[in-house]
Design a protein around this ligand. Structure first.
Ligand code: FES
Length: 577
């Protein structure tokens, strides 16, 4: 390892701030000294930025102050200089109208914060759903050595003798309340049981999925995906990650050396094997765009074809993340998938994905199945195309009802969520279990922000009659903790001139997941006529939402901003005085 004085060592960008003796260098050091930072910290040692998404308003990340201290300790032990900086946090359960509206904004803040400051490498503290893709996207555009520490999932929830999972049980119980099978009092009592410790959602929702994606992409140390938030091993991992970040700077292991086309293919395959969230589709597409890696929606179908479902976690299965960790976690899945993956892909610890899983042991084959005994033989998120979604739509068959995967039914159309909420419990609603519920103006531009409303609650009168699932089609997303026969991310969305804008009540909508098709059984000329006559909601004229609507890409391109796609590097020119 080169010493800090070695002329052959990797030049550090932090020395552009802290090295030398001119007035700017003196100013940069002097003001840092008011925090008690001694002169030796400016001697050319790697400066590691710790990007922290702590917030009281992001409950899933509320333990990050403590985690940050562990990262700092690891950085110091390795001879680095840790500097923590906050970025906007996105609490999935709190932020209105939807965190997705702000994912790109946070990514921009992360990118500019990294570039503008004297950091040589970064540790990203991610947890709640959007904090992970936002931080990854921002860091990717700068392309410094980068390592991720996920916050870890909450402990398993238990209530009235049964396992309750974040989100999934909330959705189930909410429907039971509407159907009159659970009282509101019981529902309230269950709240505390569903979120019983620090950490992010304990189901295989979007946060857990993205933590698995991060580990599969090679951007986190082995075990990162599943160690519970309050487990001592989460702290150890944070410490080790800080320690490793220093070495990554010295070895100049940038994000683009770790994350390649092969690692994205690994992520897509692992997402199928774990029963991961459909939200991974938009986030991985956006991240690939930042890294200038050629990845498209159809790759999710192609790469994951025939990848079995191995992990039996809610919402598609029975168990929770604490069980997944106890069963061996992600390294077991990687080991079990074996040559299905590119096991030679590099990871942040300098070893390959395959090497990191060599010693993995499956401790519970109910939670993590072996390849020969999968829960489903083909668990990929299926990409649908057809005249209703020429640029694509997605469905997660593992969370759907098998009898609805091929279904043709009359549409019942809702013009956004306000319309939906106003009418869904109307006893005179013209609907039965064969109806296809269609929601439009819930896409990136139309809402704006593409909220997680695609898993539309079922009409009350059908719930009371015992109906448990219906085909639902929208340009929205859905929570990774949700389930049902739900077609999402329809592109182009209605507000961008998509055929979703042309659907009328009673039109037949045909879904065939095996054939990968989603069609509106209406004459093409009539569809064009209706689209031309459609009147999408007026876009916001000022403020951030206006910028968002003008620049957001469609779901099939990850819903990033057009002007943020690409890798701009970390070089910064000029000084402030
Ligand atoms: Fe934060 Fe689910 S609400 S991860």
């Amino acid at each position: 390892m080169p010493s800090e004085q070695d002329p052959d060592r990797v030049p550090l960008r932090s020395q552009e701030w802290f090295g030398g003796s001119d007035i700017n260098a003196a100013m940069h050091r002097s003001w840092m000294k008011n925090q008690g930072v001694p002169d030796r910290m400016f001697d050319g040692r790697p400066v590691i930025g710790i990007c922290n998404t702590y917030s009281d308003l992001t409950p899933c990340n509320a333990h990050f102050r403590e985690l940050t201290e562990q990262v700092k300790r690891g950085v110091l032990e390795a001879g680095g200089f840790p500097v923590e900086f906050p970025v906007m946090s996105l609490g999935e359960t709190i932020v209105r109208p939807t965190t997705m509206l702000y994912r790109n904004l946070v990514s921009m803040e992360v990118e500019e914060s990294i570039r503008a400051n004297p950091v040589d490498g970064v540790v990203l503290l991610c947890g709640c759903d959007k904090t992970t893709p936002a931080l990854l996207m921002g860091a990717a555009s700068c392309d410094l050595p980068t390592i991720v520490v996920s916050g870890g999932p909450m402990l398993n929830g238990r209530w009235q003798g049964r396992t309750v999972g974040s989100g999934t049980s909330l959705f189930e119980m909410s429907e039971e309340v509407r159907a009159g099978r659970v009282t509101e009092c019981e529902f309230r009592a269950a709240e505390g049981a569903m979120a019983r410790s620090a950490g992010h959602c304990n189901t295989m929702g979007t946060a857990s999925t993205m933590a698995c994606m991060v580990e599969t992409l090679g951007l986190a140390l082995p075990g990162n995906a599943a160690i519970p938030a309050v487990d001592a091993r989460r702290r150890l991992l944070a410490n080790e990650s800080g320690f490793r970040a220093v070495a990554m700077v010295r070895e100049d292991v940038r994000m683009s050396r770790i994350v390649t086309r092969a690692s994205f293919e690994n992520a897509i395959k692992v997402n199928a094997a774990i029963g991961g969230s459909t939200n991974a589709v938009v986030h991985l597409l956006a991240l690939a765009g930042r890294l200038e890696i050629d990845l498209e929606l159809d790759d999710f179908d192609r790469a994951a074809k025939g990848v079995p479902l191995l992990v039996d976690l809610m919402p598609a299965g029975r168990f929770l993340m604490e069980d997944f960790h106890a069963a061996g976690g992600l390294p077991v899945v990687v080991k079990e998938l074996g040559d299905i993956l590119h096991t030679d892909a590099l990871t942040v610890n300098g070893r390959t994905l395959g090497e990191n899983s060599t010693d993995a042991v499956a401790w519970d084959c109910e939670v993590i199945r072996m390849v020969g005994e999968p829960l489903l033989p083909d668990a990929r998120i299926t990409v649908l195309r057809g005249n209703l979604a020429p640029s694509g739509a997605v469905i997660k068959p593992a969370a759907a009802s098998p009898h609805l995967l091929r279904h043709t039914g009359p549409a019942l159309v809702f013009e956004g969520m306000d319309d939906f909420r106003a009418r869904i419990d109307d006893p005179d609603l013209p609907v039965d279990e064969n109806t296809v519920l269609v929601l439009r103006h819930a896409g990136p531009r139309g809402f704006p922000g593409m909220p997680e409303v695609g898993n539309l609650p079922l009409p009350k009168k059908l719930l009371q009659a015992g109906v448990t699932d219906m085909v639902r089609v929208s340009d929205a997303r859905m929570s990774g903790t949700a389930f049902g026969t739900v077609v999402l991310h329809v592109a182009p969305e209605a507000a961008a001139g998509g055929a979703l804008a042309a659907v009328r009540d009673g039109d037949l909508v045909a879904l065939d997941v095996t054939a990968g098709s989603l069609r509106l059984l209406v004459d093409a000329e009539e569809i064009d006529r209706r689209i031309a006559a459609a009147a999408p909601p007026l876009p916001p004229e000022t403020g951030y939402a206006s910028l968002y609507v003008q620049h957001v890409l469609q779901a099939d391109r990850g819903a990033d901003f057009d002007f943020l796609v690409g890798r701009r590097g970390a070089a910064v020119h000029g000084d402030n005085h």
